[in-house]
Write a protein that binds this ligand. Structure first.
Ligand code: ARG
Length: 262
C-alpha cells in the first residue's frame, strides 16, 4: 500500500512536469525556423539607427543588417512584422513572432517573461530639451513633465524617478510633444536621440539639444519566448563571432553611430 502511494505520487509529479513543459512550449527551435524557412521578427521601426522606415517604406537599420547576417548564417529568410513597441514583447511571449528586435534593453523584470540573447551593445538614456530650456541636467527634471515612449525603459526610469510622465505609442510623437511645448523634456535612448535630433535640427539650427548626462546603462539584446533555448544558443555563438571579428562595429559605423561593446 505504502509503495503504491509512493508510486502514485511519483506519477502525479511526472505528469505535472510534462504538462507544465508542454504548456510552456511557445518558443522556437532551430528546426522550427529551418522548416518554416524564415525567422519572424517583431519590431517597432521608429528607433533609428536601429530600425526605421526607409524612403521606400521598408524597415532598415543596424539591427536589420545584423539580423540579415544572422539569418544568412542560419540559412533562413528574414521576415519583418511591424508594430508599436509595447506590443513587441507580449507578442513574442505569446508565440506570435519568433523574436523581438527593437533596441530592447535587457532588464531583470523582462527576463522573467522572455529569454534574451547575449547583449551585443551598450546604450544609455539621454535627456532632450529645446534650445531655450532652463533644464541643463538630470537634477533639473525634478517636478517636470517628460515625454517617453510607452513600455520602454525610459518610461519606467522616469516613473521611478518621480517625474510627471507623458507616454506616447511612437517615438516621433514623444518628440513632437517636446517640440510643441507640451512637455519640458523628452527621455529616450542616446543613439536614437542623436539620430532623431540630428534629422530634426537639419533645417532648424540647434532647435533641440541633447544634454551631456547619460542616465542609465542599457544592454541591447534580442528577445525570444522561453522554449527557444537551442536557437538562442546558436544565435549567441553567431553574435559572439560578429562582435569579436568587428562586424557589429562596422555596421554601427556604416550607420554613423558610435559603438560600445557590451
Ligand atoms: N531600449 C528601450 C527599451 O528597451 C527602448 C526601445 C525602443 N525601441 C523601439 N524600437 N522603439 O525599453
Amino acid at each position: 500500500m505504502k509503495m503504491k502511494k509512493k508510486l502514485a505520487l511519483v506519477l502525479a509529479v511526472v505528469m505535472m512536469i510534462s504538462l507544465l513543459t508542454a504548456c510552456g512550449g511557445k518558443g522556437t527551435s532551430l528546426k522550427d525556423i529551418q522548416k518554416a524557412g524564415k525567422l519572424v521578427i517583431a519590431t517597432s521601426p521608429d528607433f533609428p539607427p536601429f530600425e526605421s522606415l526607409g524612403a521606400d517604406g521598408s524597415v532598415e537599420g543596424i539591427e536589420i543588417d545584423l539580423l540579415n547576417i544572422i539569418c544568412d548564417k542560419l540559412g533562413v529568410e528574414l521576415a519583418i512584422e511591424q508594430m508599436d513597441f509595447d506590443s513587441v514583447l507580449p507578442g513574442v511571449q505569446a508565440g506570435k513572432f519568433d523574436v523581438g528586435v527593437s533596441g530592447i534593453t535587457v532588464t531583470e523584470q523582462r527576463q522573467k517573461n522572455v529569454l534574451f540573447t547575449d547583449p551585443y551593445c551598450l546604450a544609455a538614456q539621454a535627456i532632450v530639451v529645446t534650445a531655450d530650456s532652463p533644464i541643463t541636467c538630470k537634477a533639473d527634471l525634478e517636478g517636470k513633465t517628460v515625454s517617453v515612449q510607452t513600455g520602454t525603459t525610459a518610461e519606467s526610469f522616469c516613473m521611478e524617478a518621480g517625474y510627471n510622465v507623458s507616454s506616447f505609442a511612437s517615438n516621433s510623437d514623444a518628440q513632437a510633444a517636446l517640440v510643441a511645448g507640451k512637455v519640458d523634456a523628452w527621455v529616450i535612448d542616446d543613439l536614437t536621440a542623436a539620430d532623431m535630433v540630428k534629422s530634426y535640427n537639419k533645417d532648424k539650427g540647434e532647435a533641440l539639444i541633447i544634454l551631456p548626462e547619460a542616465m542609465t546603462t542599457e544592454p541591447y539584446a534580442f528577445a525570444f519566448a522561453f522554449g527557444s533555448e537551442d536557437l538562442v544558443k546558436e544565435i549567441n555563438g553567431i553574435l559572439a563571432e560578429l562582435v569579436a571579428d568587428g562586424t557589429v562595429a562596422a555596421i554601427f559605423e556604416a550607420h554613423d553611430a558610435p559603438y560600445t561593446a557590451p
